[in-house]
Ligand binder design. Structure first.
Ligand code: ATP
Length: 472
């Protein structure tokens, strides 16, 4: 103890040390105040206080819910895509799975289960994410998921200014590079979209249609995705509507698949017949994501009011065109269904106020009977592009022969092209013959010629009977 006391400095030494330190600190303060400009002084002080705050400030929690003001929360979607790329030792469990039925040996994908934690670092800041779930309030409501982001209180501004934009940017890049596309159908029971992998092989290359029309569609799509700023500058929502119309089997669905593959957009395939009313429709449509295609097939059969009121009146009075027999029958069988979705409810999403929900969307309606659609749907500016998918032309036939038989020329081509010009035949019928009959082009083309001649004869006979009955 005595030796310890001896080793301690004397009181006078401590006092003189204190005096020197205070003298020095006063000197430094004077130099600091006199020589360093006020702006720089404030900056240094702020950085020092930030440094202390980083260590001693309390935590702050951001909540990112899956919906935001009645629509899909894009921040939630971005985080959902981004976080699985950041799993590390702190993540104790992961979801694992694949929905790719075409390739069951493909590596499974990762997802985050409820309560999973992911730690992320960005620009020296430390973040802790957790996926949480709310109990459903009612048994028929699905559970609500949300992300919880914990960070230091003083990171708040940087989270808003740089971290979240960085996540959105990264998620967009991941989605742009995604190998698989999804097709969604709405599951009424669970009130949610259900997805499955979309692996349709159709491309613009394999699509049989007039080259000029094909070129026009590709250019239209490309210019749409590149012109976000233009849409903004002219005050229009960044959406594009296509109406594909034409007889069955002319490639409308195939064109939708080619568009999805070209843009790498997911497809939301909505069966309007299954939607109970406009408010459900609104809920369904607001839960689709950006960079996607909303597809409503056979719109002429989907809403009572999408059919031309005049045509319905005519049909009731028995004034339907004779030429339309086939279509009329089909339409009538669907008339028995009475959906409660109204055309105005639907149009609200195309160009009404609700159309501003979401961006970079393609809306595609298909119809076999454009003339039976309500004029409101056809009004200029409503569906931006109307594309008629017609019967097979010589150019379309040549494309199909190249796709299915791998040939560009054949002695039978001339004969088939002449026949096609005077017979009504769909690309689906041509494709059916080229794919099913034989690998040998001679056999396949010969069988196609037989089929076209048979159809031609049938057509001539039908015309003859019709003319006869008119004379009588
Ligand atoms: N223009 C085309 N180019 C290439 N293949 C086509 C074309 N049209 C039809 N086909 C072939 O015919 C099949 C049926 O075509 P698709 O389903 O696209 O016709 P659709 O016009 O959508 O018919 P529907 O009106 O009955 O729905 C496709 O699987 C495709 O193989």
């Amino acid at each position: 103890m005595a030796s310890l006391l001896k080793a301690m400095p004397s009181m006078s030494t401590i006092l003189s040390l204190y005096a020197s330190i205070s003298g020095l600190s006063m000197l430094f303060r004077t130099i600091f105040n006199e020589m360093i400009p006020r702006g720089i002084r404030d900056l240094i002080a702020k950085h020092l206080s930030d440094l202390f705050a980083t260590f001693f400030s309390s935590d702050f929690t951001f909540i990112v819910e899956d919906r935001w003001q009645a629509v899909e929360n894009e921040t939630f979607r971005a985080v959902e895509v981004y976080l699985p790329t950041k799993v590390g030792p702190s993540t104790k469990s992961l979801l694992l799975g694949t929905n790719d039925t075409n390739n069951i040996v493909a590596p499974p994908k990762l997802g985050l289960p409820v309560d999973a934690k992911v730690v992320d670092c960005f620009q020296g800041m430390h973040f802790e994410w957790t996926l949480c779930e709310n109990e459903a309030e009612k048994h028929y409501h699905s559970h609500k998921k949300y992300f919880q982001l914990k960070c230091k209180n003083n990171y708040r501004e940087q989270v808003m200014r740089s971290y979240l934009p960085y996540i959105s940017q990264t998620a967009a890049e991941i989605l742009n590079k995604r190998e698989t596309l999804n097709i969604y159908t709405y599951d009424d029971e669970d009130s949610m979209w259900e997805s499955t992998v979309f692996k349709h092989p159709a491309t613009f290359d394999t699509l049989a249609m007039e080259p000029d029309l094909k070129k026009f569609i590709i250019e239209d799509l490309d210019s749409f995705v590149q012109r976000k700023d233009y849409f903004q500058s002219v005050g229009r929502v960044w959406k594009r509507g296509y109406l594909l119309h034409g007889p069955p089997g002319t490639g409308k669905s195939t064109l939708v698949a080619a568009i999805a593959n070209h843009l790498r957009f997911n497809i939301y395939d909505l069966q309007l017949q299954g939607v109970r009313n406009d408010s459900q429709l609104r809920r369904i449509l607001t839960s689709t994501t950006n960079r996607s295609i909303l597809l409503i097939e056979d719109i002429d059969c989907s809403t009572q009011s999408s059919r031309s009121r005049d045509r319905n009146k005519d049909a009731k009075e028995g004034h339907d065109d004779d030429d339309d027999d086939e279509g009329g029958d089909q339409l009538d069988s669907k008339l028995s269904f009475d959906p409660r979705v109204t055309l105005s409810g639907l149009l609200n999403f195309i160009d009404g106020l609700w159309s501003s929900c979401g961006e970079e969307r393609i809306i595609i309606f298909t119809s076999n009977y454009k003339e039976k659609l309500d004029p409101a749907l056809l009004r200029p500016g409503r569906m931006d592009v109307h594309i008629y998918m017609g019967h097979c032309t010589p150019a379309a036939f040549k494309k199909l022969a190249l796709t299915y038989l791998g040939i560009k020329e054949h002695v039978l081509f001339k004969c088939i092209e002449d026949l096609i010009q005077r017979t009504i035949i769909t690309p689906a019928e041509v494709a059916q013959h080229l794919i099913m009959k034989s690998d040998d082009p001679q056999v396949a083309l010969g069988s196609l010629i037989e089929f076209i001649i048979m159809k031609d004869t049938e057509m001539v006979e039908k015309m003859r009977v019709k003319t006869m009955s008119k004379r009588l």
